[in-house]
Design a protein around this ligand. Structure first.
Ligand SMILES: *Cc1c(COP(=O)(O)O)cnc(C)c1O
Length: 708
């Protein structure tokens, strides 16, 4: 066969990978010659058309694996020789089904998951797989990326400390010259936060000669390096590829395999079982079985998802656990890999779960009756699981994991398009005047809140508020009033919920008073939890030493130019909010009025925010809107913001700073107690946050030393 490909073939060139690269089969005439057939004129034309759109390239080695007697049905042939079916696009097919180009923050980088990136370091492939998900790019520019281009990708990784795992992909990274590959690996190895390097390559399948002793020697210098290969059919595991895999495994490189489920290639449980068995014999762990992506040109390769589940059903339990890959669908539009399994959990009650095994035996598993999971307030130093956080991952709390945690307030995730939520946003509580006093009211928190009281209007206000409440069906009235006005409100049924002794001008007490029009609103369903939060918070009172801003971070007041970044941080942190702080315009308006926002930046990235809402006439300031991006939690940024705001407000002459924290959440209550704030009381079922009405704890700190 080698002589048919090259008239001046020399002995032994077959074992030289460069010979294969320079003799890849790229035209139909050679295909015909090697198979000993002649395609009909019509077939030839359709194949020419296909090659024009999606080029062909096959290594002589891989071509030699085709069974020439039955090539039409041969899995190697089907994966490597074009088919006219590639030009049948279905309306569901996309050019870039995984949105890799969109999720690309730097040349060659696809950053989709929190802690790892895909780095496309090569444009070249030895063989153009007909089922390539990056078919749109195949043959585009069959040259290597320049060092400058690669440097930009490296720069991104260097500047993104969250990235601890870099996956070299392409093209095929092992088609890079040894020197470039070594340079890349050494650059990556030198980045302190890169803990693991992975190489995704089909070289052991289509060009095993590339695995030379020299290449292996280079790779093993930069451990831990993991390699994932791409065998789709047991026939691809030849003595040559077996030897290549052995060399890699002997060099201590953990090997995995990613198979694509392909119609007429491996859509059969028996073929797949033979494949995984041969892989593990060669020390390759089956890693993923991919559902074929809906990319243009692949529709004839796609199977039903049921086929994949059937295959996994035939593997789990039937063979070694480590021989079973995870079956995944790479979600269209960049959702990432989603694992799919047969159902083993078939029913459950509060005490039992019902499971079935691979044989069809159905069993009950009794859940423990007295299991108390550790209560997580994200304070690992107080937890008996004894996690040493130094160096531990502290990534963002994302997705369902965020809903499951019990230290985040988020209790639902909202799609970006949601009519109902949009309606809710337009239902923010309004701020209006009544006489010269200021009130806020709305369905959102289902109450009227007297924000600023002109003392002489007290009596008329009380009746005015009651009328407004009746008209709108509000269930609570709420007011902040000084000592001398308090009896008037008490006479009308208001009761004190919180008291701040230095509320007015740093000396006169302020009373936070609530009147429950609907008596049921006063009932707190989670009273025990609320008491526990307080108990824990009190136990940590005033225990925190001053913390300095970590290196690389800056703190400053926000300006109108920051409002878009601010809105983004707020909307990342809060699922919903009583005010439209997800809108930059609203933020600039409040900035122009009475609110000063403070931000902490990490480089250019806004990491944390808070605000000081100032009431100069009354001499108090509310410190609120604390928001830290999940990736920046645990650096005590909120505490640093709090101290800074306090200092500035003290300078400005405010007598007291105060805040309200969702009473059922440990985090903020503990923070304020630690920072020396005193508990003023609890506003029962007061404020709508993340979809339900919550009780709020009021905390305060007097900023003026008592004179007298
Ligand atoms: C598959 C993939 C990864 C790696 O995912 P793992 O599940 O860790 O193997 C990383 N980034 C992108 C864009 C991917 O498609």
């Amino acid at each position: 066969m080698a002589h048919k490909i090259s008239s001046d073939y020399h002995e032994d060139e077959w074992n030289n990978w460069k010979w294969h690269i320079s003799h890849t089969i790229r035209d139909l005439t050679t295909v015909e010659k090697l198979l000993g057939v002649k395609f009909s004129a019509e077939k030839r034309r359709s194949l020419e058309d296909t090659i024009l759109k999606f080029p062909m390239s096959i290594t002589p080695y891989y071509f030699s694996l085709i069974d020439r007697k039955n090539f039409e049905n041969d899995p190697v042939f089907i994966q490597s020789v074009p088919s006219a079916a590639e030009l049948n696009f279905s309306c569901y097919d996309k050019e870039d089904p995984l949105a890799e180009d969109v999720d690309s923050p730097a040349p060659g980088i696809t950053h989709r998951y929190p802690d790892r990136v895909l780095f496309h370091v090569s444009n070249r492939c030895a063989m153009y797989c007909r089922h390539c998900t990056r078919k749109r790019k195949v043959g585009d520019i069959d040259k290597n990326l320049s060092r400058d281009e690669l440097k930009k990708g490296l720069e991104y990784i260097k500047n993104t400390p969250r990235v601890r795992d870099v996956l070299l992909s392409g093209g095929d990274p092992l088609l890079l010259p040894d020197s470039i590959l070594e340079w890349l690996l050494s650059e990556l190895k030198a980045i302190p936060h890169v803990q693991v390097i992975r190489i995704g390559t089909r070289v052991p399948v289509v060009l095993p000669q590339r695995i030379t002793p020299h290449l292996v020697k280079i790779i093993r210098k930069y451990h831990p390096v993991w390699i994932n290969t791409h065998f789709n059919h047991p026939r691809e595991i030849t003595s040559t590829s077996s030897r290549a895999l052995g060399m890699l495994a002997d060099a201590g490189i953990p090997l995995g395999n990613q198979t694509v489920l392909l119609a007429k290639v491996n859509d059969c449980p028996r073929v797949m079982k033979a494949l995984v068995h041969k892989l593990v014999e060669n020390r390759v762990r089956p890693y993923y079985l991919y559902q074929c992506d809906p990319a243009q040109g692949l529709s004839h390769f796609r199977t039903s998802i049921g086929k994949g589940i059937e295959i996994i059903e035939n593997l789990i339990g039937h063979t070694s656990g480590f021989a079973v890959p995870t079956y995944v669908i790479d979600a269209p539009n960049g959702g990432g890999k989603i694992p799919i399994m047969p159902n083993y959990l078939i029913s459950q009650s509060s005490s039992k779960v019902i499971l079935r095994n691979y044989e069809g035996i159905i069993t009950a598993y009794y859940q423990p009756e007295d299991y108390h999971p550790p209560k997580c307030g994200q304070d690992c130093s107080a937890c008996n699981l004894d996690l040493d956080l130094n160096g531990a991952a502290e990534g963002a709390l994302v997705g369902i994991a965020r809903l499951l945690s019990n230290y985040e307030d988020t209790d639902y995730l909202v799609p970006t398009e949601c009519d109902r939520m949009d309606r809710r946003k337009s239902g923010y509580d309004q701020i209006t005047t009544m006489g010269t006093s200021l009130i806020q009211h709305g369905k959102n928190s289902d109450r009227i809140y007297l924000m600023r009281l002109a003392a002489e209007e007290a009596a008329t206000l009380i009746t005015g508020m009651q009328t407004l409440a009746t008209e709108n069906g509000y269930t609570k009235l709420f007011a902040k009033v000084p000592d001398d006005i308090k009896p008037l409100f008490e006479a009308d049924g208001f009761e004190t919920e919180a008291v701040i002794p230095c509320f007015y001008g740093g000396s006169k007490a302020g009373y936070f008073m609530g009147k429950f029009i609907d008596k049921d609103r006063k009932i707190e369903e989670n009273g025990e939890l609320l008491e526990d939060v307080l108990k824990v918070a009190h136990s940590k009172a005033g225990k925190v030493p001053a913390v300095k801003l970590p290196n690389g971070y800056t703190l400053r007041k926000c300006t109108a130019e920051d409002t878009s970044a601010m809105a983004e941080v707020f909307s990342t942190v809060f699922a919903s909010y009583p005010f439209p702080i997800f809108e930059p315009d609203y933020i600039s308006r409040t900035m122009a009025e009475s609110i000063t926002y403070y931000g902490i930046w990490h480089g250019d990235r806004l990491a944390a925010l808070s605000s000081a809402e100032q009431y100069p006439l009354e001499g108090h300031v509310e410190l609120t809107d604390f928001a830290t991006l999940p990736a920046y939690r645990r650096r005590k940024l909120a505490g640093i913001l709090l101290r800074t705001m306090e200092d500035e407000m003290k300078q400005k002459g405010f007598g007291v700073s105060y805040t309200s924290a969702v009473a059922e959440s440990y985090g903020m209550n503990i923070s304020f107690a630690r920072q020396g704030y005193k508990f003023a009381g609890r506003l029962k079922n007061n404020t709508q946050i993340n979809g339900s009405i919550k009780s709020m704890n009021v905390w305060y700190k007097c900023l003026k030393k008592k004179t007298k």
